[in-house]
Design a protein around this ligand. Structure first.
Ligand code: SAM
Length: 282
């Protein structure tokens, strides 16, 4: 079958669900992932024919997209900070907003005069600490998660990237600890059940609930635990960096003030939403 015919089938079957632009992007991601074909291949080889075996592979992916499986689960990886991370249904798919948080930390920390110790709370795929370990080569980085399945993915990503992050299982709502850190970072669950109406099915049905949702009546549940922990386990002048729910910026600033954090800074993400918060210890 001609590759361009398959592209047309993708548009016929999927445009109503995702829109033309996103379907094109899925199609090119798939041919690159499965057949190592670059996106301009159809421009230079419009009559390119793919084998029966390749047809089976790409039509299987099409069926999964129809069922609204995330493209990252279909190909098993997600791009983050110029790196490919293994993902599966046990971990949150790394988001571009989280890259912005990681870049903020790197910008602040890259000229540090000492080797920094860093903890990521609720690490999922390990995308935050593995990126920090890659870009801040002197740092000593750890990541925790309550989910053993998520930690397995994080450890596999650690291996793939040749990084030295220490991953361990812990419940951040009930954390007993001895070590102090220079930087604590977290992108904890923060979506209220009431916000589900704004979310797409491929997120609600296929990404782990434990990574996403908090009760409507207690949306800061994780942040209170993290901020309280950070107030005790950050070194002097240490910094806390959080990804936050865009609707709760004011409440989050107040929470940091309550725990006497200094120089509190709220930043917007690329979509103009309040998304990142930093506070430092005296
Ligand atoms: C929003 S996801 C963030 C994942 C990853 N850090 C990222 O930014 O892509 C939140 C993570 O917190 C973990 N988590 C949920 N409850 C937890 C708890 N009580 N203690 C530790 N980790 C928890 C989930 O398993 C999930 O991996």
């Amino acid at each position: 079958m001609l590759l361009k015919e398959i592209k047309n089938i993708f548009h016929t079957e999927l445009d109503v669900l995702y829109g033309k632009e996103e379907v094109s992007s899925f199609f090119y991601m798939l041919i690159e992932h499965y057949f190592n074909l670059e996106r301009f291949v159809l421009a230079i080889q419009p009559e390119l024919v793919i084998s029966k075996e390749q047809e089976t592979t790409i039509f299987k992916a099409l069926s999964e997209l129809k069922l609204e499986h995330p493209i990252q689960h279909i190909i098993g990886t997600s791009h983050f900070m110029e790196m490919d991370f293994m993902v599966n249904p046990h971990v949150l798919i790394p988001r571009p907003e989280t890259e912005e948080l990681v870049r903020w930390i790197i910008d602040d920390a890259k000229n540090a005069k000492k080797s920094l110790t860093i903890l990521d709370m609720g690490t999922g795929s390990g995308c935050i600490p593995i990126s920090l370990d890659t870009y801040l080569t002197d740092a000593k980085v750890s990541g925790l998660d309550i989910s053993l399945d998520a930690l397995e993915v994080a450890k596999e990503n650690n291996k793939r990237h040749g990084t030295q992050v220490i991953f361990f299982q812990a419940d951040m709502l009930n954390l007993k600890h001895e070590i102090k850190y220079d930087i604590i970072v977290s992108n904890p669950p923060y979506v209220r059940e009431l916000e589900k109406v704004d979310m797409r099915n491929n997120v609600i049905d296929h990404e782990p609930r434990i990574a996403l949702f908090v009760p409507d009546e207690d949306p800061l549940k994780f942040y209170r635990a993290i901020v309280s922990f950070a107030s005790k386990y950050l070194n002097e002048k240490g910094c806390l960096y959080l990804e936050i729910n865009q609707y709760l910026g004011t409440e989050m600033k107040l929470l940091l003030q309550e725990y006497e954090f200094q120089t509190i800074e709220l930043r917007k993400d690329m979509y103009g939403n309040d998304r990142m918060l930093k506070g430092s210890k005296k």
